[in-house]
Design a protein around this ligand. Sequence first.
Ligand code: SF4
Length: 442
Amino acid sequence: MVLPGVRTGAGAAATKMVQMRCRVDGSERSQSPGPGTQRAAVYVHWPYCEKRCSYCKFNKYISRGVEEAAMRSCLVTEVQTLLQLSGVRRVESVFFGGGTPSLASPHTVAAVLEAVAQATYLPTHSEVTLEANPTSAPGSRLAAFRAAGVNRLSIGLQSLDDTELHMLERTHSASDALQTLAEARSLFPGRVSVDLMLGLPTQQVGPWLGQLQELLCHCDDHISLYQLSLERGTALFAQVQQGTLPAPDPELAAEMYQEGRAILREAGFRQYEVSNFARNGALSTHNWTYWQCGQYLGIGPGAHGRFMPQGAGRYIREARIQTLEPNNWMKEVMLFGHGTRKHTPLGELELLEEVLAMGLRTDVGITHQHWQQFEPQLTLWDVFGASKEVDMLLEQGLLLLDHRGLRCSWEGLAVLDSLLLTLLPRLQEAWQQRTSSSVPGR
Ligand code: SF4
């Protein structure tokens, strides 16, 4: 369920811009290796669900007869292959997402963790997160996942209103979700996250804020707020098209987001990323790797990864995606040791765009040191310091550029998409100037 930067509205425009720009940036050269080339996070995708939620466009399959032993063996094989290919020596975090990974057996989770620990160094304190759906994760099962090595849970609660849960075609009620949350907190104190959606059709600001307040009475130290993205091809999209449901109102969603983040701030939560809030230091280190453009390996059907394969004698980070359909993926893993469908070298500019778009999602933004690890020749001042458009954003108090680096203000974080519409072209321009001035004869 978790792909960096695509679950929320903010970031989507940036992602699109990054994808649309043609590649002119010398992807054949070795890159500055960036931070921690021997470190990585590992994402493991469990592709199966009990039932299709009405809004869902994730890579998931509703299967009655999952061949779990075969799936387990392929996940283990693929993680071994990709760890070897990446030359990664230390894994900082493992995230089991989906689909519904709480439907997998704890034995499968343990087998994957064991494979990681055998192939590389997996410190005992590494964050190991499992996404759990309330109905597939009763307390006894959660305890078995804990015994298997999971130490953090992310619960897909989504709403505390049964009518909304019905509209979303979730398999649980609000009381199921609260019960799972209570069980999870007793087993993983301080390490339970919950997802709450906003901007649903028919949803109004006041009642949604009431849900958030109620959630604050039950939650642990981490909350993610996700705005519904109405995706073509989903049942919810069809219902809106047919007029059975009203289209979600973006103005109301923006109001929910603004008021929601203020409530969470008041309750002692730090908004450390566009959609993520933590108190008592309970930030997700796994997702932090994505926002810092660290390396990560994507294991399982449709998983995405970003890492530098070893052996080519040069540093080129690749974007990799695994084959989507589970049976085809398994066949490929059995034949080749991995099911990578596509691997694309990331150009230097492309990587910098990711550093910019992902880094600005966090409250820390991009420090000068962090930027320099990816681009030693062009500073943040060089890129943004002399731009009139960027200057306007600084004057409006949406952006800060100072001795620490570049980051969004509290107000700016809420409109990151629109800021990136100015910042990404400026980066592209600065990059073109630098590369053309370094071409001999110019
Ligand atoms: S649980 Fe629902 S939202 Fe999550 S991946 Fe499965 S179908 Fe999609």
